[in-house]
Each structure stands twice: as structure tokens, then as C-alpha cells.
Design a protein around this ligand. Structure first.
Ligand code: NAD
Length: 500
């Protein structure tokens, strides 16, 4: 049966009729499974209107009430994670265990946000001047927009909305049109958790809805995650309209392998981080920088592991890697494989030939794990973010050459070093120009009480997602200077107030 996904406004599914719609696919079969409404300006305005109305009371809901709702949401999310994972698998294509992993990482942020009474505390200085106390408070912004990509339909929205809601804001989420159902499911969970109507709203759609959110005067901030060109566009336009914007962009993550590393550990890590979620992770490793003389041995180990990988529909328990998200994206990734061969890289493993498990997969959007050797920095498979299961090995002669390569890259999301030399790892952590660094850890996504964000073309704005920076982003500071009048302090004094 074909599903129809529509907006969630004011605590209920939208009853209007959208004039524009998109198809939803199951990437494993290539079949259309439903449609999703694309919001018009009027529909976005209705969602923002609901968020404005709800903000008037939610901003004053007690900290106790807010954390109770968050605890309840966390319990429901945990209880229903298998159901949500199945929804993600059907529209995104990733395997079920991977979908559970993204839910778990999003749940971590919900758990962090449950501590809002502690997180939103201000400071107090008694007797800052004689008879005067000074204190700071942090207040919510108002309705905030979250615009998310296809690759983590549950986790990325949960990088933002738990803290936005916990700190007293109301939310309009615009998820990816490619896998919209997870947002719908999360909206229903909020309702069951007792969140007042209008605090969490979802509008589906494309550029029309994004542009309206950017310009709408009642939307106070924008949290965006997606590709670099759109992140830049969102940052430039959102700030032009006077909004606070954090816009996380694309990536090209390097893994630097020093000759003293444990090559079996490295081969496992490279395969996991290169091909997990079919390489459709912003923290995927796409460039493996091998400091010679280890490349031949390492490539042999990676090749052996790739041969054993089970590629098939994400809903099959035996699958380790699923399809790409759309036919168009699969074609684009395959065109990079062709370009790599043409540009002279050595195709060690051709993912176009990898067997696909299961029935009904003939029309799915497949590409198996692909490995290139002897990749050079000028080749398009190196310069571009491919966002697919294509791992490029670049051979270098020294740590310094590897570091220079990483630092010259326009992206700076994540990176990792593999070595048994603590001094080298410490030097790397100090010198590398990347926002998230792993030491013998290939996908260093920070835990919820730190913050997630890259450098350079991987982040526009200065605030990372979740953790203390997330609390800061979704609140604005106010400092109060108070004096309870003592008659002896009266009198006229036109001078600028100083401390005494
Ligand atoms: P995308 O940029 O195509 O889409 C992201 C969002 O922007 C979607 O909601 C989409 O509807 C909207 N959008 C698309 N085109 C638009 C336009 N012209 N104007 C306005 N809005 C538009 O990204 P995607 O393909 O969904 O996701 C993959 C990208 O996201 C990759 O580049 C990946 O690296 C990046 N990503 C980054 C991070 C990070 O933390 N830095 C995390 C996840 C994904």
C-alpha cells in the first residue's frame, strides 16, 4: 500500500492539500513506496504560526515540566527504536543495525537534554558593587528551524531539537524529502510524550520551504546540515535576514596510517568507516593516506575483507551494507568510479561487480564497495566528496607529507590517525586543521556532552551542534544588575556607573 507523508503542524497531521509532491523510494528495490507533500509558502507560514503561538507558553513552562517531557520522549524512543529503524531502512537503505546505531546516537542527545535544569543555569555575583548583585540568565530564542539531510533522518534532527525544546524554543523541522517518514514518527512520539501542540512542527519539501524558513521574520535561528554549497547558501541567506545560523556542510575525511600501526586494526577500521552506510556518512573515511612502506600490505588486507562483505537489502539480517539512496545518486557515484579509472588510479576492487544478496533487488540503487590505489590529489575521486562506497588510497612518504595533504583539503570535518606512537598522535592532534579527530578511532563522532562540528568548508558559522555549544546556540544571554533600594544610596549622579 502506498503511503502519503504530510506536514505536522500544531500537533496534528496537516489536513490541507499540497499542490506539489515528491515520490518516496525503497532504494533496495527501486520501487516507489509513497509520496511526500512539498510545502508551499503558506504551509510553511502555518507551521511557523503554530510555533509562534506555542512559544508564548512553552518558554515559561517550568524546567521540571520540560525535563519530564524529555524523559518521557526518551522512554518512548527507546521502546520504539526497532519500529523507527525499520522506517529508516525502508527509505534510506542502510542496514537495520546501522539505523539502530543512529537512533542510539540521537538518543544520547535527548538524554543530555534531560539535564536542562542544570544546563540552563545562569551565574550570580553577590555584591558586585556595594548593595548591587549581578546575575545572568539564558532565555530561548523563539521558533527555530532545523533543516536536515537524507543520510541520518533521525540522528541529525536529534542533534538539535532535544536541546532546542529543552531550552524553551519551539521547532519547525524540514527533513530531507528523500526519507521523510522518520520525522513524522518522531513528531508522533513528542505528542505521546505530552509535548504541547505546536512546540514541534514538521514541514516537508524542497527549496521553496527552505527559502521561506530563511526569510520568515518569526524564525529566529536556523540549524542546517547538508552539502557544502547548500550550507553556504543557508548561512549567507539566513544571516542576511538577521538570524543566528549554524550550517554544517560536506566532508572529505582522511585516515592517516603510520608505518608502526597495527595493520589488521587499520584494515578493519578502513572497511567499517569507508563502507558502513554505503559511505553515505559525513564522517565516512574516503581517503586513506598510507605512509610507506605499508600500502601494499594494507591494501591486500582491505581487499580480503571487502570480498567477504554481504551487500543486500537493509532489512535482511545478513546484510552488512545496503544500497545508495537514489538512482540519481548511484549513477553519480558510479560516474566517479569511471572517472577514477580514466584519470589513472588503480581500481583494486570494482564495486560494480560485487554480488547483491536477496530477491527483488534488480532495480535497486546498488554499488558495492570500491577500492582505488595510487590516487593523486588532482583526481576527481580525491578532490570531490563522492558520498558513496568508494575508498581512495593515497601513498605518501612521510607523516609531514600526509599532514600537509590533510591540511590543504578544503574540508575539515573529521580525521583519524592510526599509530602506536603516542608522541606522533599527540603531534597530529595539535597540528591537524580538522574539527573532530580520532586516534585509532576511525569515526570520531563526539559524545553528546561535547559538541559536533567541522572546520573550514564543513561548517559555516561558529557554533557546533549539541553539547554546551548547542545550549548556547538555542539561548541568548541576559545580564541583570539589581539593587534593592537603600535610602542612603539615593541622589543625583550623571556619571557613568562604576563599581565601588
Ligand atoms: P543536501 O544539501 O542536498 O540537502 C540538505 C537539505 O537541504 C535537505 O533538507 C534538502 O531538502 C535541502 N536542499 C537541497 N537543495 C536545496 C536548495 N537548492 N536550496 C535550499 N535547500 C535545499 O544534502 P543531502 O544530499 O541530503 O545530504 C548529504 C550531504 O550532507 C553530504 O554532503 C554530507 O557530507 C552532508 N552531511 C554533513 C554532516 C555534517 O555534520 N557536517 C552530517 C550529515 C550530512
Amino acid at each position: 500500500m502506498s503511503k502519503h507523508i504530510t506536514h505536522w503542524i500544531g500537533g496534528a497531521a496537516w489536513t490541507g492539500t499540497s499542490e506539489r509532491r515528491g515520490d518516496i523510494y525503497n532504494p533496495a528495490t527501486g520501487k516507489v513506496t509513497g509520496t511526500v507533500d512539498f510545502a508551499s509558502v503558506a504551509e510553511v507560514d502555518a507551521a511557523v504560526g503554530a510555533a509562534v503561538e506555542a512559544f508564548a507558553s512553552w518558554r515559561n513552562a517550568s524546567l521540571a515540566k520540560r525535563s519530564q517531557v524529555l524523559f518521557k520522549f526518551r522512554e518512548l524512543l527507546d521502546a520504539k527504536k526497532d519500529e523507527l529503524a525499520a522506517i529508516i531502512v525502508e527509505e534510506h537503505g542502510k542496514v537495520h543495525s546501522d539505523a539502530l546505531g543512529e537512533i542510539a546516537r540521537g538518543q544520547e542527545v535527548v538524554e543530555f537534554a534531560c539535564g536542562v535544569p542544570q544546563l540552563q543555569k545562569g551565574g550570580f555575583s553577590e555584591q558586585a558593587s556595594t548593595g548591587i548583585d549581578v546575575y545572568s540568565i539564558r532565555q530561548p530564542l523563539g521558533p527555530v528551524a532545523i533543516i536536515s539531510p537524507f543520510n541520518f533522518p533521525a540522528m541529525v534532527p536529534m542533534w538539535f531539537f532535544p536541546l532546542a525544546i529543552a531550552t524553551g524554543n519551539t521547532v519547525i523541522l524540514k527533513p530531507s524529502e528523500k526519507d521523510p517518514s522518520a520525522a513524522q514518527f518522531l513528531a508522533e512520539l513528542w505528542k505521546q510524550a505530552g509535548l504541547p501542540d505546536g512546540v514541534f512542527n514538521v514541514v516537508h519539501g524542497d527549496k521553496v520551504s527552505v527559502d521561506r524558513l530563511l526569510e520568515h521574520p518569526d524564525v529566529k535561528s536556523v540549524s542546517f546540515v547538508g552539502s557544502t554549497p547548500i550550507a553556504k547558501y543557508v548561512y549567507e541567506n539566513g544571516t542576511r535576514y538577521g538570524k543566528r545560523v549554524q550550517a554544517l556542510g560536506g566532508a572529505k575525511n582522511h585516515m592517516l596510517v603510520l608505518p608502526d600501526a597495527d595493520l589488521d586494526l587499520v584494515a578493519d577500521a578502513a572497511v567499517n568507516a569507508g563502507f558502513g552506510a554505503a559511505g553515505e556518512r559525513c564522517m565516512a573515511i574516503s581517503a586513506l593516506v598510507a605512509v610507506e612502506p605499508i600500502a601494499d600490505e594494507l591494501i591486500a588486507k582491505i581487499k580480503e575483507r571487502i570480498a567477504g562483505l554481504r551487500v543486500g537489502a537493509g532489512c535482511n539480517a545478513t546484510s552488512e551494507m545496503g544500497p545508495l539512496v537514489t538512482r540519481q545518486h548511484a549513477d553519480k557515484v558510479i560516474s566517479y568510479v569511471e572517472a577514477g579509472v580514466k584519470e589513472g588510479a588503480e581500481l583494486v576492487v570494482d564495486g560494480r561487480l560485487h554480488p547483491i544478496d536477496g530477491d527483488d533487488t534488480a532495480d535497486g540503487f546498488w554499488l558495492g564497495p570500491t577500492l582505488f590505489d595510487k590516487v593523486t590529489p588532482e583526481m576527481s575521486i580525491y578532490t570531490d566528496e563522492i558520498f558513496g562506497p568508494v575508498l581512495s588510497v593515497v601513498r605518501v612518504e612521510s607523516y609531514d607529507e600526509g599532514l600537509a595533504l590533510i591540511n590543504a583539503n578544503p574540508y575539515g570535518n573529521g580525521t583519524a590517525i592510526f599509530t602506536n606512537d603516542g608522541g606522533a598522535a599527540r603531534k597530529f592532534q595539535n597540528e591537524v586543521e580538522v574539527g573532530m579527530v580520532g586516534i585509532n578511532v576511525p569515526i570520531p563522532v563526539p559524545v553528546a556532552y561535547y559538541s559536533f562540528g567541522g572546520w573550514k568548508a564543513s561548517l559555516f558559522g561558529d557554533t557546533h551542534a549539541y553539547g554546551a555549544e548547542g545550549v548556547h546556540f538555542f539561548t541568548r544571554g541576559k545580564v541583570v544588575t539589581q539593587r534593592w533600594l537603600d535610602p542612603s544610596h539615593g541622589g543625583i549622579n550623571l556619571g557613568f556607573p562604576t563599581n565601588s
